[in-house]
Design a protein around this ligand. Structure first.
Ligand code: FPP
Length: 218
């Protein structure tokens, strides 16, 4: 959800205003995803690298997660969204962790759209954490293959990613779901996240639908 800071700067507003505007885009995007028949959507909300931002911005983001969870989760739950989180949750403030658990519990039985929120998430950390868990489980190296490895990721039930949408024109993967996006199609738009819309989401899905996916074949 890139470009919140730039969106704010262009309007001479504090970066927090950009993040707030970014939250408003979640609803139309989730609606568009539901309408397009998307089954799983992952939002990259806070990376393991984002702790390097000024404390004030980190605090703002944490407050915004809490507020958003409190204000929006009940409605999302009513609309059939199942919320799950991926990332190093044990390193997040206790208050955040408990609101994550609440959101997961409240929406656990839903099945219309699975929304994963990547919070304190890093693709490399996920691979390191999976490796640690495999070693702790005492796996024989001979038994480690791609299918086994996948079972130790944060959300082993998630199917492989089909499409990555990157806003604000960045041509980077930025430590997002490194394992899961091996064969994903990439869609980059110059639109900054707060200006992203239902129409843009639909455009990305249409672009995906027109791709020929060979996965190394011919
Ligand atoms: C990247 O833009 C955005 C973030 C680091 C935060 C995204 C978070 C939200 C939209 C808030 C809420 C989300 C949930 C799921 C409750 P940037 O700040 O790097 O922008 P810039 O590249 O223009 O500086």
């Amino acid at each position: 959800m890139d470009g919140n800071g730039r969106w704010a700067r262009r309007r001479l507003l504090p970066r927090a205003a950009g993040h707030r505007a970014g939250v408003e885009v979640l609803k139309p995007v989730l609606e568009a995803a539901g309408e397009a028949g998307v089954e799983t959507l992952t939002l990259y909300a806070f990376s393991t690298e984002n702790w390097a931002r000024p404390t004030e911005e980190v605090d703002t983001l944490m407050r915004l997660f809490l507020e958003t969870a409190k204000e929006r989760v009940p409605e999302l739950g009513e609309r059939g969204v199942r919320i799950r989180f991926v990332g190093r949750r044990e390193k997040l403030p206790e208050e955040i962790q408990s609101s994550m658990r609440e959101a997961e519990e409240l929406t656990a039985e839903n099945g219309k759209l699975d929304v994963y929120i990547a919070l304190n998430y890093g693709g490399r950390s996920e691979i390191v954490d999976a490796t640690r868990r495999m070693i702790s489980a005492g796996l024989d190296p001979e038994d480690v293959d791609e299918a086994t490895f996948s079972k130790y990721l944060y959300a082993p039930e998630v199917p492989e990613m089909d499409l990555v949408i990157r806003t604000s024109g960045e041509l980077r993967v930025s430590n997002f779901l490194l394992w899961q996006i091996a064969y994903a199609e990439l869609y980059v738009t110059d639109t900054l996240w707060p200006d992203f819309s239902k129409e843009e989401f639909t455009k990305a899905v249409e672009s995906f639908a027109s791709r020929s996916r060979r996965r190394g074949g011919v």
